[in-house]
Design a protein around this ligand. Structure first.
Ligand SMILES: C[S@@+](CC[C@H](N)C(=O)[O-])C[C@H]1O[C@@H](n2cnc3c(N)ncnc32)[C@H](O)[C@@H]1O
Length: 656
């Protein structure tokens, strides 16, 4: 595939699991080439239609989860009361055949049902989403349903029409768009096939190419340390050089024994590749390496590349106020082109294009939906709250998941929505009110104070503060502002929070007794390592299936670390695999302390004993490891002093 296909994205939905990572083929090579021309990457002329959302403004808060943060900017006073109070009724306004929005059907719906003037700028884009005049990379995402050749023929006439869309021509226009997408898809396939036979294509990364012949003048030479030093002195390598070198390194690392230069080691190639990835995509060396290590070589490049592309714009229907089909129709009437996200959610909609700002429609202001990344649905689906339960959302601002929980509870029971950051609880409260959640209590404690503040919860969600390495496409500052120390401190905070979250769950719950731990980060330190720590420190918990239909299994071994085998039950989500933000979800069942399976206890004793940690387990609380915690506690004390304007004493210990 060539330039045309750059940035096309399918909707967020499960892709085939365990598929071997895609080979870097011509398409990827083209992608790399295109980077040279950034930011004017797109070759396609899309001037006819105003398509697709630009991302809503996002604050640079590394802890922030996805773009529920746009809610922060809303002036509550401007939030109109519901304009659609009647819409809850089973027989809402008759709006044509929208049965597909009743849960399972994923047919696309697009095109307004009224006449729209695509060239006017009538709406004031308060929150700047979906700006008519802005194009985003999502424009080129292929539609989900690719029509047949006959559709192509019959509608080809109308595909380019500039006539206004009306009830009469909407269907034909819609089919024409599908046909266009199909034609593009066919072209892509042709290009891909052509590339497969193009022996001269130096960009072809085919790792299985037995008969490769390197043309004269195209031999690749891995720079020596001196040459790299020289390159640095001269202001760094040219972008073309970096691209070419990255391709070559990936190629060599794909079949090292055959392709490597004599006398050069694998680690030299890896070092060069990571260094080039860092400079090409703009990461600090530390983070580039950390993320690179998560994947096989070629897949790692896919991951970095996917972080350059925005994820699909998605919204969650607030079922406390409306139904998905009614919401879809209301938005279609406003000129929004959308379709259900996928079969795994019956409340999500993916927005492809809009002629109105999607963060400021009357439906938005009336709380009929939440702008929410698809990945953010996952932990709440895993939590599976049941009516009348008592739930704690331990780190909840700005409330994307809290309001989802409240909706699943159908406004019964109670949700304690906590966040340590008082300022962020304002947007949390605003969202709670806008979405009509009547069972939510907002509070602001450090999560580590639970369960002393209150306990006895049927379910707890800990959507932990994290490094945000899963949401780099939304917040690129993560590329440079995270150091090794940040990861150490974050992982420590996460470990403390998870123990407090576990202790807040009542094992006596008749309906629940679960904790869901999630992050929008892909690093093992913040995910599997935290979960494994919790299993070791709290033998009364076990991991259970998340209930999510897709996602890769959690690592049970990683770079010399061995985790509890049950960590396999946790789920990882990646932008390059699932077309959603990088995310991690683990679900624990909290059991009574006396009821722990003996085999689990035996295992715990061995594991904990091996580490030389306190091995008193049976029924007794295992405290934090004071020695391990010392530097972190010291660091926290230093920070508190600094915050109070006091000068902290010099450091005594250093975190590992
Ligand atoms: C990933 S965000 C939560 C997003 C939220 N769950 C949602 O869906 O909208 C992490 C949150 O943790 C909060 N936080 C950080 N440290 C905390 C702590 N010690 N206790 C409780 N909350 C904390 C941050 O203020 C931030 O709002």
């Amino acid at each position: 595939m060539g330039h045309r296909s750059k940035n096309k994205q399918p909707p967020p939905e499960p892709l085939k699991e365990n598929a071997s990572p895609k080979k870097l083929g011509k398409r990827k090579a083209d992608t790399l080439e295109e980077k040279v021309a950034r930011p004017t990457k797109k070759a396609k002329d899309k001037s006819k239609k105003t398509k697709n959302p630009s991302k809503p403004t996002k604050k640079n808060t590394p802890d922030a989860d996805a773009w529920e943060d746009v809610e922060d900017d809303l002036d509550m006073k401007a939030q109109a009361r519901s304009l659609f109070d009647d819409s809850d009724g089973e027989d809402g306004a008759s709006v044509g055949d929208l049965d597909e929005f009743d849960v399972d059907n994923d047919e696309p719906l697009r095109g307004p049902v009224q006449t729209f003037d695509f060239d006017s700028d009538e709406e004031v884009p308060e929150l700047e989403p979906m700006g008519k005049t802005k194009k985003s990379k999502q424009i080129e995402r292929p539609l989900k349903i690719i029509p047949t050749g006959s559709d192509l023929e019959s509608d080809s006439d109308s595909s380019d029409s500039d006539d206004p869309i009306t009830m009469a021509n909407m269907e034909a226009r819609s089919r024409a768009l599908d046909a266009q997408a199909a034609a593009e898809a066919e072209l892509d396939v042709e290009e891909m096939q052509a590339a497969a036979f193009d022996e001269d294509a130096e960009e072809d990364f085919d790792m299985d190419d037995e008969d490769e012949e390197v043309e004269a003048g195209d031999e690749f030479h891995l720079p020596t340390a001196e040459e790299r030093e020289e390159e640095k002195k001269n202001g760094g390598p040219d972008v073309h050089v970096v691209q070419r070198r990255m391709r070559h390194c990936v190629r060599v690392l794909g079949r090292f024994s055959k392709r490597a230069e004599k006398g050069r080691s694998r680690s030299e190639y890896v070092e060069q590749l990571v260094s080039d990835i860092a400079s090409y995509y703009g990461y600090n060396d530390f983070l580039a390496e950390k993320l690179f290590q998560l994947f096989p070589v070629a897949e790692a490049v896919e991951f970095f590349e996917s972080n350059e592309v925005p994820r699909p714009v998605t919204i969650r229907t607030n079922t406390l106020r409306t139904r998905r089909r009614d919401l879809a129709q209301a938005l279609i009437n406003r000129g929004v082109n959308l379709e259900p996200i996928g079969k795994w959610t019956n409340v999500g909609l993916q927005v492809f294009e809009s002629s109105v700002p999607i963060g400021a429609t009357p439906e938005y202001l009336a709380g009929h939906y939440m702008l929410q990344a698809a990945s953010s649905f996952l932990p709440v689906i895993a939590l599976a709250p049941q009516p009348n339960e008592r739930i704690l959302d331990m780190a909840s601002a700005p409330g994307g998941k809290t309001t989802h929980i409240a909706a699943l509870l159908q406004n019964t029971g109670v949700v304690f929505a906590n966040d340590a950051n008082k300022a962020r609880t304002k947007s949390l409260s605003a969202n709670v009110h806008r979405l009509g959640c009547k069972n939510v209590v907002v509070c602001s404690y450090d999560g580590r104070e639970f369960p002393k503040v209150m306990g006895g919860f049927d379910r707890v969600l800990l959507d932990a503060p994290c490094s945000g390495t899963g949401v780099i496409s939304k917040d690129s500052s993560v590329k440079v502002n995270k150091s090794e120390r940040d990861f150490t401190l974050l992982a420590h905070l996460q470990k403390q929070l998870i123990l407090c979250a576990i202790d807040s769950v009542t094992p006596d719950s008749k309906t629940g007794g679960y904790l869901v731990y999630s992050t929008c980060s892909v690093t093992v330190d913040e995910n599997e390592a935290v979960v494994d720590y919790a299993l070791r420190k709290r033998p009364n918990v076990k991991l259970v299936d998340t209930g999510l239909e897709f996602g890769r299994e959690g690592y049970t071994k990683y770079r010399g670390k061995v985790f509890n085998p049950s960590v396999k039950l946790t789920r990882r989500f990646y932008p390059h695999v699932h077309n959603m933000d990088g995310f991690y979800v683990a679900k624990f069942k909290v059991e009574k302390r006396g009821k722990i399976a003996q085999e689990t206890l035996d295992k715990m004793d061995v594991e904990i004993g091996e580490e030389g940690v306190n091995s008193e387990t049976n029924g007794r609380t295992i405290a934090f490891d004071d020695e391990e915690d010392k530097p972190y506690l010291e660091e926290a004390a230093r920070r508190r002093m600094k915050a109070k304007g006091l000068r902290p004493p010099p450091r005594k210990t250093v975190a590992a």
